[in-house]
Design a binder for this molecule. Structure first.
Ligand code: ADP
Length: 232
């Protein structure tokens, strides 16, 4: 569960109120698009959710943690409850696809036997089982992002946060990436996807939170294939 209560973020350096009185509740198992123009506050919101930033005012709860009160010693465990998917993939170039996914399980001390079963399972889920031995440079952008999704899901996190996951790939393949995230969402994982691609959001529909100048301009559900004036 994600909850922001009367959240404000003020950046002293720039004198900008990046978020103003933001209230959001995202229940477990939801799929939410976060949209908004550049400078609207999307990155700031994500930084709050990953505990990279604390709000100037208000409270942030994620996966049962009150982030304002999160002890340093609990930060690694909290971070492991979130899977991240990045616009620039962030794969390790000299590791194979299998190793890239296995790596996140190794650093969390998962048993070898579990890793040997889990990695093929998640690679199969993103339809890349046959590319396990390839290196990232041998894959297309879309395939790299599928590895990114497999890696984020490998640790079975409560939430996956995808930050512009389709930003660096062929627009035709963007739909496939969202479909994979929806498949993962069907397994029970909450998915929060930041995007500026309105076409994509309108194609899939569902819950959309639109930020404008640090405030929530729209938070609601739009139909599949639909268009909503509030979203523009
Ligand atoms: P978005 O991700 O929607 O483009 P951001 O959250 O990055 O929006 O930025 C929101 C506002 O906060 C912008 O006006 C931006 O200039 C400002 N801002 C973002 N990060 C910082 C920072 N580290 N220091 C000062 N101002 C910042």
């Amino acid at each position: 569960m994600v909850e922001l209560k009367n959240v404000e973020v003020f950046y002293k350096d720039s004198g900008v109120d990046a978020l103003r009185d933001v209230n959001i509740r995202i229940n477990d198992g939801e799929f939410v698009f976060i949209v908004g123009d550049s400078g609207a506050g999307k990155s700031t919101l994500l930084k709050l959710l990953t505990n990279e930033l604390l709000p100037t005012k208000g409270r942030v709860f994620v996966n049962g943690y009150n982030l304002s009160k999160l002890k340093k010693s609990k930060v690694p465990k909290f971070r492991r409850s979130i899977g991240m998917v990045f616009q620039d993939f962030r794969l390790i170039p000299d590791m194979t696809v299998f190793e890239n996914v296995a790596f996140v399980l190794r650093i969390t001390d998962k048993a070898k036997k579990y890793i040997r079963q889990r990695v093929p399972y998640v690679l199969n889920l993103v339809r890349l089982a046959d590319r396990a031995k390839s290196y990232p440079s041998q894959l297309s952008g879309g395939e790299r992002q599928r590895v990114g999704i497999a890696r984020a899901f490998a640790t079975d996190p409560g939430i996956i946060i995808a930050d512009e996951p389709t930003g660096n790939i062929d627009p035709r393949l963007s739909y496939e990436i969202v479909e994979l995230l929806l498949d993962i969402n069907k397994c029970g994982t909450t998915v929060i996807m930041v995007t500026h691609e309105h076409d994509l959001v309108q194609y899939f529909g569902g819950r959309v939170i639109n930020l404008k100048d640090g405030e929530i301009f729209f938070d609601g559900s739009i139909p599949m294939g639909g268009k909503s004036d509030e979203m523009e």
